[in-house]
Design a protein. Structure first.
Length: 228
């Protein structure tokens, strides 16, 4: 067998494995980000907002260098409450991508974590069905920080998605207007071994949560077991 053929053959087998490992690591990093943020009761996401949310999206360690005139994007993971009415336990994770917008120029030189809460059914179905432009296809606002927040506040009542960032240990609400959010089907294939979209993973429950994502889903079910 010729050496070049052997190298090419080995690459064909190794690339899917590398892709799977990359997505598994992303799930683990997403868990660490959310665990740290939810562990800051006075400086993190208000728990009552999480209990009202339909979906949670985490983008760990997004770097400014990845955003060159929108040519690249941040990668992360989304889980939603299962069931047609989004009232069940948290679903298996679907991989997502965030592209463009001004957030890439607000990050600075340090890696930044982003967390988004999808606050209603309309927003959840919109995010799962297509590429969504934040601020246009789905309303978005920087989320409040603290132990609790009132359900009557304008920010909660009007926004379909709330967003936060964490940079250099500072956690704050941030506007992501102009960015786009979409299901990353290539990453889903790397993780699950077959072509899957967000609806198949979250609504139709065609796959189970992989081992690498179990900590993340267990954390959500522990912190916010029921929709309120």
């Amino acid at each position: 067998m010729k050496p070049r053929f052997v190298v090419a053959l080995s690459m064909c087998f190794s690339l899917p494995v590398l892709g799977q490992h990359r997505e598994q690591d992303r799930l683990k990093q997403s868990y660490l980000v959310l665990d740290e943020i939810l562990g800051m009761p006075d400086k993190g996401i208000p728990r009552d907002l999480l209990s009202k949310a339909e979906c949670v999206v985490v983008f760990p360690s997004v770097k400014k260098a990845a955003f060159v005139v929108g040519a690249s994007y941040g990668r992360g993971v989304m889980s939603c409450r299962s069931g047609e009415n989004f009232r069940g336990p948290w679903s298996a994770p679907a991989m997502f991508a965030m592209e463009g917008g001004s957030f890439g120029f607000q990050i600075g030189g340090q890696a930044t974590d982003f967390v988004l809460l999808v606050m209603n059914e309309k927003g959840a179905r919109s995010v799962m069905s297509s590429k969504v432009k934040l601020g246009a296809d789905a309303s978005i606002a920087g989320g409040p920080v603290g132990r609790t927040t009132s359900a009557e506040t304008d920010i909660v009542m009007k926004a379909e998605i709330l967003s936060w960032s964490r940079n250099r240990g500072v956690f704050a609400g941030i506007s992501l207007d102009g960015s786009t959010l979409r299901c990353n089907q290539e990453a889903n294939k790397n993780l699950y071994g077959k072509e899957l979209n967000a609806r198949q993973i979250i609504l139709q429950r065609e796959v189970k949560t992989p081992t690498a994502g179990q900590q993340l889903i267990a954390l959500l079910n522990k912190i916010s077991p029921k929709h309120t």
